[in-house]
Design a protein around this ligand. Structure first.
Ligand code: ADP
Ligand code: MG
Length: 294
């Protein structure tokens, strides 16, 4: 900036606000040329730094994708070996050996789940997660997810109920990703709700949005921890001693919701339960032409 009334004080003030150079008056053309050259070099340096930072971020993302991808295959094989061991020789083992094998199977399963989530999250971040977005009915996705989770709820003695309007407008989305979002949220509700509890899935809609709320009457989440639960690897520690998990499930759900232009929100009261609310925009194009094609 060039000003006719600059003083040392105003120059210092300008530098404090982000200016990186100044030229006191009177100045000659050589001084102005030198200052302009410095300004251009400074600008180029900034552009180069930004490019290098972006390159470094991309390398980090690729590294996570690579590591999780490479870890996944051996984990699947280890799990399959453990399952085979149980099938082939299970009845020949003493009880204590059986317990050790069961614990191994559980740990490997958790690790496999964590790596799968990690891989998906990094793929969403670097834009390589394959999602086939089509016009779909959320009702069938919810029914499928509820069906998948019903045996676990029955096993834990938890009631699982769905309330849905007769017909829903279509949304645009990827079936597999959305089923995983719902099974994750219902899975959490099952995990953090004691025996005899209840999970209610309620679907509502208007012309523009569909909201799906998944309410449980479980342990609830302390208010100061609510903003953190969507962060990668975050788990409310004191509630988790007996529950295994990676702390990546909700991060995955949030990213998938974002990729569907949707929103995931939560409200909770400690000791009373939690409600996760998922909001999806109704697909406008398909509504207009009614063809069901995107
Ligand atoms: N329905 C729920 N009731 C109580 N706490 C929950 C519920 N859903 C999530 N949480 C809390 O949020 C944390 C993060 O959830 P998530 O990302 O799915 O990780 P986790 O692998 O631990 O299930 C959980 O560890 C748990 O403390
Ligand atoms: Mg979870």
């Amino acid at each position: 900036m060039i000003t006719g009334f600059a003083t040392i004080v105003s120059a210092v003030e300008a530098m404090q606000k982000g200016a990186y150079d100044y030229l006191p008056k009177p100045f000659n053309p050589d001084q102005l040329r030198a200052l302009t050259k410095r300004a251009l070099e400074h600008r180029n340096l900034k552009i180069e730094t930004k490019r290098l930072r972006e390159e470094k971020d991309q390398m980090e993302r690729n590294f996570i994708t690579f590591v999780s991808h490479e870890m996944r295959a051996p984990l699947v094989v280890i799990r399959q070996y453990i399952e085979a061991l149980n099938t082939i020789a299970g009845d020949r083992f003493e009880q204590d050996v059986k317990e050790i094998i069961e614990r191994c199977a559980k740990r490997v399963h958790n690790l496999e789940e964590m790596v799968a989530h990690w891989l998906d999250i990094s793929r969403i971040e670097n834009g390589t997660l394959t999602q086939q977005k089509v016009s779909l009915n959320l009702d069938s996705i919810i029914s499928r997810s509820v069906e998948e989770m019903a045996p676990l709820c029955r096993k834990k003695g938890i009631a699982l109920e769905t309330n849905s309007p007769r017909s829903l407008p279509p949304i645009t989305g990827d079936t597999e990703s959305l089923v995983r979002v719902f099974t994750n949220i219902i899975g959490n509700a099952t995990k953090y709700t004691p025996e005899g509890g209840k999970i209610t899935v309620t679907v509502k809609n208007d012309e523009y949005y569909i909201t799906v709320s998944i309410a449980d009457n479980g342990t609830g989440i302390p208010p100061e921890k609510l903003p953190l639960i969507f962060e990668p690897f975050y788990r409310c520690a004191e509630k988790n001693e007996k529950h295994s998990g990676s702390g990546l499930g909700l991060t995955f759900c949030k990213k998938i919701m974002e990729s569907h232009n949707g929103v995931i929100d939560v409200s909770s009261r400690e000791g009373e339960g939690s409600i996760f609310v998922l909001t999806f925009p109704v697909s406008i194009n398909t509504e207009r032409n009614g063809s069901g094609e995107i």
